[in-house]
Design a binder for this molecule. Structure first.
Ligand code: TXA
Ligand code: MG
Length: 347
């Protein structure tokens, strides 16, 4: 099929990818991949790693550019919150606040295929792109290679399943390679993943624990440990209406595709250009002066929040291209601009 025959959206997407340097992933057996994986992660790159559930596309959870690369490689049209993977309970507690029920579950099932959604600890060294600006974080302690890599790094790895958006999770290195091999540099081969499906996700709500996603740990086993039934229903990723939950939701009105800045407005700029009235902005932050979408993605949540804190009545957002990561960035600012009484899923 030639590009001419592709639907317009698809065509644009392919072009966005083709502007990148072509990559062919190296596949290394896990027994001798740790140093290479660690070096790439420390350099802000992403690496596909085996876990006991499915392969994960891992990046440094404290590095916004690395996390942006994860979304870029997956081709996710939205910034869904990712799971942060830890190698010890101490590391988990530096990031999140544990309640007694979650503690009980961590004691029983970690390391293993259980993810706990917990309140994010204030000041935790987690980039806001990991949580998509939510005030909670999904945490899991994997087994095997992933745990060793995290321990060597000394901080958490953000890792969604290593598949492109809309495809099923990969359970072999070959499946990762077929899907993402031209977008990432390293795939660590740990053989077929033993569990074969994603982790179970639960969240404590008062005295109850809600099952957000069934997965590798059976609900019955969790109920046995808790001594009470799980609450069913509810969606992963959803925490509040609008773009960003509680502490990130902008109070200011958000005006998209701004061609000018009106008096009293703050400016969220993008790229080297200027727009009319820019000099009058109450405060200006530029998502990426060079016009780099990866840098813009990494800055998005923090900058919207900072502009909001300025007290400006409105935030004017300069046009942001829709190619590549631009799609997810535009999705998020569009949600921020939505009227507050219009509940929109945060996923
Ligand atoms: O087994 C697994 O969990 C694999 C391996 C790689 O660890 N990871 C995985 O990640 O399945 P991912 O990104 O494909 O799925 C994570 C899910 C998403 O549905 C996301 O919405 C949800 O977790 N999630 C993340 N943070 C959340 C939060 N704060 N509240 C509710 N749901 C959350
Ligand atoms: Mg997934």
């Amino acid at each position: 099929m030639t590009a001419r025959h592709l639907p317009p959206g698809h065509h644009r997407y392919r072009d966005a990818r083709q502007t990148r340097v072509p990559i062919v992933a190296t596949i290394l057996a896990e027994s001798n991949a740790k140093a290479a994986a660690l070096a790439l992660i420390e350099a802000g790159e992403v690496v596909a790693i085996p876990t006991e559930t499915v392969y994960g596309l891992a990046g440094d959870a404290a590095n916004g550019q690395a996390v942006a690369r994860i979304f870029e490689a997956k081709g996710r049209p939205r910034f869904n919150p990712l799971i942060a993977h830890v190698s010890s309970l101490g590391m988990a507690k530096d990031i999140a606040v544990f309640d007694p029920l979650s503690q009980k579950l961590a004691d029983a099932f970690w390391p293993g295929p259980l993810t706990l959604v917990l309140p994010l600890r204030e000041g935790a060294a987690i980039h806001p792109l990991v949580t998509a600006g939510l005030s909670t974080i999904a945490l899991r302690m994997p087994m095997g290679f992933g745990a060793e890599l995290i321990a060597a790094l000394g901080r958490p790895l953000a890792a969604p399943s290593a598949n492109s958006s809309g495809r099923v999770s990969a359970t072999t290195a070959a499946a990762v390679d077929a899907d993402l091999g031209r977008r990432i540099r390293l795939i660590v081969d740990g053989g077929p993943t033993p569990v074969g499906l994603e982790s179970t996700i639960v969240k404590t709500e008062g005295d109850a624990v809600r099952l957000l996603r069934p997965g590798g740990v059976a609900a019955e086993d969790i109920e046995r440990v808790l001594g009470q039934p799980l609450v069913r229903g509810g969606k992963v990723g959803v925490e509040a209406p609008g773009m960003l939950a509680s502490h990130y939701a902008p109070r200011a009105a958000v005006r998209l595709d701004a061609k000018y800045v009106a008096s009293g407005e703050a400016l969220l700029a993008f790229g080297p250009g200027a727009i009319e009235g820019a000099a009058n902005a109450v405060v200006t932050l530029n998502l990426s002066p060079a016009g780099d979408l990866r840098e813009a993605a990494a800055n998005l949540f923090t900058m919207v929040q900072a502009l909001d804190r300025s007290g400006a009545a409105a935030i004017a957002v300069m046009p942001i291209p829709h190619a590549g990561l631009g799609e997810a960035i535009n999705d998020r600012v569009r949600r921020a601009a939505a009227p507050r009484d219009l509940a929109i899923d945060a996923t």
